[in-house]
Ligand binder design. Structure first.
Ligand code: DPP
Ligand code: ZN
Length: 876
């Protein structure tokens, strides 16, 4: 595909006023009649033709104001329909008839069939696979949708907006009509038809309107939707209370489908979800599943205002809706659960997913300026870093001004398709601040590195903190300007109390935030009674890498005394990371691995601290992952050495903390019926962390096998199975547990995904053969994205030693999988291929194998635009 540039943006020549769609659904041959009312935009040349987008369409009719258009006046290519000779000023109606085959649409874009249900996915450019259309987000129109289908197999006919009415057609078919009064872009169109069960409820808005709520799932699975319904009602209420946003239609529907490329989709009034993010009960869902469902239900609902009512002018502005909406769902979850624990989880995720992207060949700005395939920009940079940038605006402005800026945004831009510049201007206008330098966060890729060092002058009672920032070069951006980095900080004294400086100079300071705006800055604090320990980037106020020379003892002081709980976790994590990097070097050169005493005592003290909530203590116990260590090392990585070093640190912690972990495993045992609430989940998490430590200290699988037998919910059961499989892959107990789990859940595909994923992440070179065997299992289905992700995706993304085998077999396997998946489902193939985004930071032998595998993909006879875009950028 060709490259699209932001600077080439211009509005369409024709304004779309109204859309009338009629679908005659059939699995093999669905007929779509699209009636589109346009008028020529003022000032546009009378000779300008109308150019519409299309993709793999079969057109059987084309009318202008109900009269067939002569073949000399239009031209249809693979991806466009161009119509000449259109009225100069008067509105006109173009009627396009197309034939689709939902049943054979394996790309899962446009109209397709999943489990006998017709369903659509139109973001980003799927609507053009339904009809010829100006398929871009700045074309907003009001839609009427008529659906005709077989009554027996599709009793349910849904589209966006409010239900107008329907009727029996007397020939075994029936029809329904829907009208959406809110102008919307085509990517928010949705249609669902089939035979589904429903869970119903209502919500009364702040202004007293009653909204019907419906969640549609497969028959028999209705009970599994009750948690999602509860999360939806809480989301609706929260958005009213915190952002002042009320829902705007009479009905809000969610449909769960089992074949879906993404997590979920915010179509106006008719969200479509991957069933993984709707269905939950204690027997089959983990606490993490419950938390994800709550977050994603909220995320899609929140899009109704941030995305739907106010949408993007073009796809370069994707972060306008995604970054902001992720920020909103993060805040929601923080309010529903524990804020500190939520922040730790967010930062772990950001660092393990977004930081590697920002440091590798796929790095791009939060607001990119060019793309070849927009599907490849639904990235952690756009989503998670985009959310962090929104969070920083809130930090810079403070709560009240941030709220004023948001209110202005909703007020000023409701019903429009806008840009990041429009968004930022609202905060500038509401606050009177200049956010020009700050906006570089949208435009400069790469994770800034801040290097800090402090020195204390006992005589003058001053503390000076030198800060230097560097933004690394990224593809297409070799030099960078200094950024505006808001750093929250505290200066801790020996007794753990916080020093209050008499004066601060060298940087602007608001509350506990210092503003780093130059390449180098020295901040001087006076009136400091004794040598302080600086705690920097509290709450992860800026998404940066921070290097500060700090002893493990100083870090331990932060871990014990910081009032900011996140900063405590951060300090422990930093001690652990230093130790794990050193352990890697030792393991690689065959030296004994030394476990830092400060680390061991810090971890155990945090885990044992009954004043802290269990969920936090569990997070504190979790060592940085192998990919965290690889990222910290940065280059010449040997995944086997990282694994070996980390295992020995784990063993050291497990041995030293035996008594504490034994006590915790008992204390945190649950009593009473299962509840998915955050407090109960936190107790399970701490208990399972303690159990994991104990099992790591065990010589045999008995304790893990016992936990597997005793488990009465999926959180405990899957953790026990993971411990067995990862710690004792070849034990008889493990084989038995895997077989029992499979048999018990064989008819629940979402649980079987866990069974695949647990086995795909068994460390070591032998797992590749296991994965190949599992692919031949009757429960595996290469056409279902969740199955493919759970086995092939999990292996590539989350098994550093198995995937990065020194002989390169893991990469060759992935290359074959990508070439196999790509013709069916390019989006899925491209996404899984990004698992190789850090290949350049591997040691040279593995890097050579990785390059060869990528080169093999790049050289394949026919590649989708999705995969060729990724592979080309990775090899550039
Ligand atoms: N717009 C969708 C979402 O993020 C894309 N999956 O909610
Ligand atoms: Zn979203």
């Amino acid at each position: 595909g060709q490259t699209i540039h932001l600077e080439d943006y211009r509005p369409t020549d024709f304004v779309l006023e109204r859309v009338d769609l009629t679908f005659e659904l059939d699995p093999k041959e669905t007929k779509v009649e699209a009636r589109l009312i346009f008028h020529r935009r003022e000032g546009v040349s009378p000779a300008a033709p109308l150019v519409l987008d299309g993709d793999e369409l079969r057109m059987t009719g084309l009318l202008l104001d109900q009269v067939e258009i002569s073949p000399t006046l239009f031209e249809a290519t693979d991806d466009t329909l161009t119509i000449h000779g259109l009225p100069e000023t008067a509105p006109f109606e173009v009627t396009v008839t197309t034939l689709l085959s939902p049943e054979t649409n394996t790309k899962l874009m446009g109209l397709y069939r999943t489990n006998n249900v017709y369903c659509t996915q139109c973001e980003a450019e799927g609507f053009r696979r339904i009809t010829y259309f100006p398929d871009r987000p700045d074309v907003l129109a009001v839609y009427t949708v008529n659906i005709i289908a077989d009554k027996a197999t599709a009793p349910l006919l849904l589209s966006n907006g409010n239900y107008l009415g329907g009727a029996d057609m007397g020939d075994g078919r029936h029809f329904a009509a829907w009208f959406d009064p809110h102008p919307k872009p085509s990517y928010l169109f949705a249609l669902v038809a089939g035979d589904l069960g429903v869970v119903e409820d209502t919500f009364t808005t702040a202004s007293g309107r009653t909204v019907a709520l419906r969640i549609y799932v497969e028959h028999g699975k209705e009970a599994g939707a009750s948690y999602a319904m509860d999360a939806l009602k809480r989301s609706m209420k929260w958005d009213e209370e915190v952002f002042g946003r009320e829902y705007d239609l009479d009905i809000f529907m969610i449909v769960a489908v089992s074949d879906f490329n993404m997590g979920a989709m915010e179509n106006k009034g008719l969200n479509v979800f991957n069933d993984k993010y709707v269905l939950a009960d204690p027997e089959t869902a983990t606490d993490a599943d419950y938390a994800n469902i709550e977050a994603i239900i909220a995320h899609e609902y929140f899009h109704n205002w941030t995305g739907n009512r106010i949408t993007c002018r073009d796809w370069f502005q994707l972060c306008l809706k995604e970054g902001l909406t992720v920020y909103r769902d993060h805040e929601f979850s923080a309010d529903m659960r524990s804020r500190a624990v939520k922040r730790v989880a967010e930062v772990r995720h950001l660092k393990s997913e977004q930081f590697p992207e920002d440091a590798g060949p796929l790095a791009h700005p939060v607001r990119p300026t060019k793309y070849r395939e927009i599907n490849n920009f639904y990235t952690t940079t756009v989503y998670e870093k985009g959310s962090e940038v929104t969070r920083m605006i809130a930090t810079l402005l403070g709560r009240d001004l941030f709220k004023r800026g948001m209110d202005l945004y909703f007020d000023r831009h409701d019903g429009q398709a806008v840009t990041i510049e429009d968004f930022v201007a609202c905060f500038e206008d509401a606050s009177g601040r200049n956010l020009k330098q700050f906006s570089l966060w949208y435009h400069q890729a790469g994770t800034p590195l801040v290097t800090a060092s402090g020195s204390y002058d006992a005589e003058k009672r001053t503390f000076s903190l030198s800060l230097e920032q560097m933004v690394p070069p990224t593809p297409g951006q070799s030099t960078k300007e200094p950024m505006h980095i808001p750093l929250r900080l505290g200066l801790l004294l020996e007794d753990g109390s916080e020093a209050k400086a008499a004066t601060v100079s060298g940087a602007d300071l608001t509350e506990d935030v210092i503003h780093l705006t130059k390449r180098k800055q020295t901040v001087l604090f006076t009136g400091i009674p004794s040598r302080p320990v600086p705690s920097l980037n509290r709450g992860f106020s800026a998404p940066i890498n921070l290097h500060i020379e700090q002893s493990a003892e100083d870090r331990a002081l932060i871990a014990r005394h910081e009032i900011d709980l996140f900063a405590r976790w951060q300090a422990l994590n930093a001690i652990a990371l230093d130790n794990l990097v050193a352990a890697t070097t030792q393991a690689r050169s065959g030296l004994p691995v030394t476990c830092d005493g400060a680390l061991v005592s810090g971890l155990i003290a945090a885990a044992a601290d009954d004043r802290l909530e269990p969920a936090f203590r569990s997070q504190a116990l979790a060592l940085p992952s192998e990919s965290d260590i690889a990222r910290e090392i940065g280059s010449d990585n040997d995944p086997d050495a990282i694994h070996a070093g980390r295992q020995q640190i784990l063993a050291g912690v497990a041995a030293a903390g035996r008594d504490t972990f034994t006590r915790l495993a008992d204390d945190m045992a649950s009593s009473g019926p299962f509840s998915p609430d955050a407090t109960s989940a936190g107790r399970r998490a701490l208990r399972n962390s303690a159990l994991s430590q104990l099992v790591y200290g065990d010589k045999g699988p008995e304790r893990a096998a016992e936990a597997f037998r005793a488990a009465n919910n999926m959180t405990d059961l899957s953790l026990a199975l993971t411990l067995l499989a990862h710690r004792f892959p070849d034990a008889k107990e493990t084989a038995e547990a895997l077989a029992a789990f499979k048999q018990r859940f064989a008819d629940n595909a979402l649980v079987i995904d866990k069974w695949f994923a647990i086995q795909a992440t068994i460390p070591g070179a032998g797992t590749l053969d296991r994965v190949k065997t599992l692919m031949a299992d009757p429960l595996f289905n290469g056409n279902n994205p969740n199955r493919v992700r759970s086995l092939v995706g999990t292996f590539a993304f989350s098994n550093p030693t198995g995937f990065n085998r020194a002989d390169g077999e893991g990469y060759r396997f992935l290359a074959r999988q990508i070439l196999d998946i790509d013709p069916r489902n390019p989006q899925l193939a491209a996404r899984i291929l990004t698992s190789m985004r850090s290949w350049r930071s591997l040691e040279e032998v593995r890097a050579g194998h990785a390059r060869n595998a990528l080169t093999e993909i790049a050289g394949a006879a026919s590649l989708s635009a999705d995969v060729s875009d990724i592979v080309d950028r990775m090899l550039e």
